[in-house]
Design a protein around this ligand. Structure first.
Ligand code: ADP
Ligand code: F6P
Length: 473
């Protein structure tokens, strides 16, 4: 296959992701602004990109617009256009109403539509072609996440000279669930086009290896898969992290410290502040945690004069039906809890349906005593790590779902099963009332884990393994 190289952009390190680090938005007065994109992928990759001075190929978040490449903070941004129809079928449809629920243990039913699949193939080809155009000879290309699982194979066909990595930011399901997918063979083969396929957890890499061993004519030896044409793809776990030092230092600036004190004052200086921070997503277990908190207050096990729960939820995928439905359910639940347990001038639950700058997030993490992370299934969950990084000492408590990837590393958290409301209740109570010594013992280990295993450790491990892979082409 022949690829016409871009005359303007030629990078030796290229990230390909559905999202660019910035989204183009039109504000209420009609002017155009750029805003940091939501979610863990951007949080994790931004510092890696700034270090590597590469190109980032991705969608700028708005439909029906073709934009030229531009520079942003040392990164060459290469926008990929999506039409309104493609946003509906490739992004909202196949990515977020088929793959997302399927890969998260089917906590919502996945929808299978053939026209969504066709759009997914078409858009993956567009990303592969754009990456092929802007990659220097022998460049390293790092493809990200479930929206682009066909890109590794497509790109390898276009540019066999490239070193191709792939990282899946979400869980990879057990074979028994994955095989529901009508296009399971194409997706597996798409991924195998990479030289190295990274997963959040060893269990996810095992699920993938088991799948290809059972279903494809390939040879699997330990973590190496050999294709009939001799290409070798390796599948291995690299738990992702955050810029731990960066978050810690941000939380320590005078502005953020002052803001954190102000938040507590504005909340009525509670004895205990609980905090939840998520994209508004049905995988995050937001309903379960709010219900648990509401019951604790109603039963008098937590005193609404002493405690407050702040839940921050970023609007997300608002045109997908399950997400709209979830928003309504949460609005109702918050109303009910505050209606029953609130007093004049004091609501036990503060719910903010908005996105905030990183400084404000750091202030909230610093202000909180108990961070509540309760996903029903989550690839990693960076929020848990951000809270730990923002501590100013061995204080505070992290309540963490066993079903978050982060639980694999953050073993000293107060673990819960999010499907067990009584377990959430008793653990919230314990985390709020536990002795300072117990909390300090847990937090010391958590902080060490988060500082020792930061985002550059993650990127270095992946990229040095990718660098060491040489496929006989
Ligand atoms: P996911 O990738 O599924 O969204 P993660 O927990 O891994 O989940 O990452 C979420 C990222 O989004 C974190 O970096 C977090 O700080 C950020 N975030 C979540 N909620 C908000 C919010 N309301 N405002 C700003 N950033 C947020
Ligand atoms: O981190 C998982 C992830 O799905 C990313 O791939 C994605 O960019 C992020 O969450 C936020 O979701 P979206 O891009 O759909 O707003």
């Amino acid at each position: 296959a022949q690829v016409e190289r871009d005359t303007e952009v030629s990078a030796s390190f290229v990230v390909v992701a559905n999202r660019l680090p910035v989204d183009r938005v039109v504000t209420d007065d009609g002017s155009v602004a750029w805003r940091t994109s939501p979610g863990g992928l951007v949080t994790a990759l931004e510092p890696v990109m700034k270090k590597n001075e590469g190109a980032w190929v991705g969608w700028h978040g708005a439909p029906d617009e073709t934009l030229d490449p531009f520079e942003d903070g040392g990164i060459t941004i290469v926008p990929v256009p999506l039409s309104t129809n493609e946003v509906a079928e490739y992004y909202e449809g196949f990515s977020n109403a088929t793959l997302w629920p399927l890969y998260h243990d089917v906590v919502a039913p996945p929808a299978f539509h053939r026209e969504w699949w066709d759009a997914y193939v078409r858009v993956n080809r567009r990303f592969a072609e754009r990456a092929a155009q802007v990659s220097d000879t022998g460049a390293t290309v790092w493809v990200q996440d479930y929206q682009l699982q066909l890109v590794p194979q497509m790109l390898r066909e276009l540019r066999p000279d490239l070193r191709i990595g792939f990282f899946l930011h979400i869980p990879f399901p057990p074979v028994e669930l994955f095989q529901q997918l009508p296009w399971r063979r194409q997706i597996s083969e798409g991924l195998l086009g990479a030289d190295l396929i990274g997963f959040q957890l060893p269990g996810a890499a095992q699920n993938f290896l088991r799948l290809v061993r059972q279903r494809l004519s390939v040879q699997v030896r330990r973590d190496r898969v050999t294709l009939p044409d001799g290409h070798v793809a390796r599948a291995k776990a690299y738990p992702i992290s955050i810029d731990s030092r960066g978050f810690h230092d941000l939380a320590r600036t005078p502005e953020v410290t002052a803001r954190s004190h102000e938040i507590r004052r504005d909340l009525g200086s509670p004895k205990v502040m609980f905090l939840g921070v998520d994209r508004l997503d049905y995988t995050k277990g937001i309903k379960q945690r709010l219900r648990a908190f509401g019951e604790l207050v109603a039963e008098g096990r937590l005193d609404p004069d002493e405690v407050v729960f702040v839940q921050v939820a970023t609007p997300s995928r608002e045109r997908v039906e399950e997400y709209r439905h979830l928003r309504d359910e949460i609005d109702m639940l918050v109303g009910r809890i505050n209606g029953e347990a609130g007093r004049i001038g004091r609501s036990p639950l503060v719910y903010l349906h908005a996105s905030f700058p990183r400084e404000e997030m750091a202030a909230m993490y610093s202000a909180a005593d108990v961070m509540v992370v309760t996903p029903l299934r989550d690839g990693m969950n960076l929020v848990a790590k951000e809270f730990v990084a923002c501590r100013d000492g061995d204080n505070g408590a992290l309540v963490l779902s066993e079903f978050a990837g982060a639980a694999y590393e953050l073993k000293q958290a107060y673990k819960i099963n999010p499907y067990d409301i009584n377990d959430i209740k008793s653990t919230l109570e314990l985390a709020a009332n536990d002795s300072e010594a117990n909390k300090a013992r847990r937090m010391r280990t958590l902080r060490k884990q988060v500082f020792d295993n930061d985002i550059s450790h993650w990127a270095d491990s992946f990229l040095s393994d990718l660098d060491a892979e040489v496929s006989p082409e």
